[in-house]
Design a protein. Structure first.
Length: 109
């Protein structure tokens, strides 16, 4: 298990809990997403991932639509999940993430 050794986040985070699905090399997985920012998110899942692995993730936004994003695994906690940094947010997807963060109900941590 490797943890982030220093704070690398530069974007404001929002503690929300949304359904998600993601693909690994072997199969498709269901998960939940929290701690979302314009720079990345944390994916709650039991599935093992490798640091540096690229993930295609879809987040179900409150409207019911799926927002597809791509990112790289930057931290991993076995049995808990992984942190991913978004690698290529288009202007449209960045706008959707901003709207999500503005409108989604924040959960208490």
């Amino acid at each position: 298990m490797r943890l982030m050794s220093r704070e690398r986040r530069t974007n404001e985070r929002k503690h929300i809990l949304l359904e998600a699905r993601w693909e690994s090399l072997s199969s498709r997985h269901e998960a939940r997403v929290d701690d979302v920012s314009l720079g990345g998110c944390f994916v709650n899942t039991y599935v093992q991932v490798d640091l540096g692995e690229y993930i295609n993730l879809e987040i179900q936004i409150p409207s019911g639509e799926w927002l597809p994003v791509r990112g790289q695994v930057v931290s991993y906690q076995p049995g808990v999940g992984f942190g991913m940094a978004f690698t290529s947010l288009t202007a449209k997807k960045a706008a959707q993430m901003k709207e999500l963060m503005r409108t989604a109900k924040e959960r208490k941590v």
